[in-house]
Design a binder for this molecule. Structure first.
Ligand SMILES: CC(C)n1nc(-c2ccc(NC(=O)/C=C/C(=O)c3ccc(F)c(C(F)(F)F)c3)cc2)c2c(N)ncnc21
Length: 284
């Protein structure tokens, strides 16, 4: 039988560190290349004294465990981690075109075809995660990166948990994406990601989130479903947004129906093969 060499422990020396990509949550991120294979990745450096080390170690092991069996083109991979005396290193898939939220801020808002393509990719990634009973719980532009072919990569699983749960995260960061059930601290399931997908779609098309306001006002507006879709948004897009932003989680449009929604099909019809074109033209 083939003797498999036991995988060598990972350590910093096995990587050539490139330019700094920026500051992610908790630490700096660098472009890195594995010396032996030339494999390019992102290396995130976390300083142990900034992390409550005990818990993080188990959390990281669990994350790598969850993510090592997640394989999807729109989900960013966490390949592994290792540490030295002072630091923890995460080996992460490199997203060649960086942060979606920076593109959104620069563009102001996205065209309907571009937004539809992103919503379709998100629906595909979320459908994959939910089938594995993983809920992301933190869908927002800041957690989406863009690959070198323009495809989006859902990231930052540091906060995903197995469904169902009512573990409250520290509500640091924006409240804009929180569904009413999480604001109320009720137990919640995978449908929280459907709400956030609706908020994300709204922000793609309008440039701001639907309930954007002061923190207190935002919470009031979310639980009262107090938002308005501007008139420049097409009726089909508005229809999809309103089918996702429903107070009752069970009334939110399921992901397989998101992928089949007229607005998505209109903008994301698969490029037809020549034969399909020929067949369709004959049928016309
Ligand atoms: C700066 C720029 C914008 N940038 N940033 C990235 C980048 C992408 C993803 C991550 N992912 C994580 O951090 C994941 C962390 C965890 O799952 C986690 C789990 C449990 C824990 F306890 C913890 C712990 F932090 F608490 F330890 C973490 C990090 C950086 C990036 C990239 N991949 N490609 C190109 N540019 C890129």
């Amino acid at each position: 039988p083939q003797v498999t060499s036991n995988p060598k422990p990972m350590h910093l020396g096995m990587f050539e560190i490139g330019r700094a990509l920026g500051k992610g949550k908790f630490g700096r991120v660098y472009l890195a290349k594995e010396r032996k294979t030339g494999f390019v990745c992102a290396l995130k450096v976390l300083h142990k004294n900034e992390l409550q080390t005990g818990r993080v170690e188990t959390q990281l092991r669990r994350e790598v465990e969850i993510q090592s069996n997640l394989r999807h083109p729109n989900i960013l991979r966490l390949f592994g981690h290792f540490h030295d005396s002072k630091r923890v290193f995460l080996i992460i898939e490199f997203a060649g075109r960086g942060e979606l939220y920076k593109m959104l801020r620069k563009a102001g808002s996205f065209s309907e075809p571009r937004a539809a393509s992103y919503v379709a990719q998100m629906a595909s990634a979320l459908s994959y995660l939910h089938k594995k009973h993983v809920i992301h719980r933190d869908i927002k532009p800041e957690n989406i990166l863009v690959g070198s072919h323009g495809e989006i990569k859902l990231s930052d699983f540091g906060w995903s948990v197995h469904a169902p749960t009512n573990r409250r995260t520290t509500l640091c960061g924006t409240l804009d994406y929180l569904p009413p059930e999480m604001l109320r601290g009720d137990s919640h399931g995978e449908k929280v990601d459907l709400w956030s997908l609706g908020v994300l779609m709204y922000e793609f098309l309008c440039g701001n989130a639907p309930f954007e306001d002061t923190p207190i006002e935002t919470q009031k507006r979310i639980v009262k479903l107090n938002f308005k879709v501007p008139d420049f948004v097409s009726p089909e897009a508005k229809d999809l947004i309103t089918r996702l932003l429903r107070l009752d989680p069970d009334k939110r449009l399921p992901l397989d129906q998101v992928a089949q929604h007229p607005w998505i099909l209109k903008h994301c019809s698969k490029p037809q093969t020549a034969r399909e074109k020929q067949r369709n033209n004959h049928q016309r």
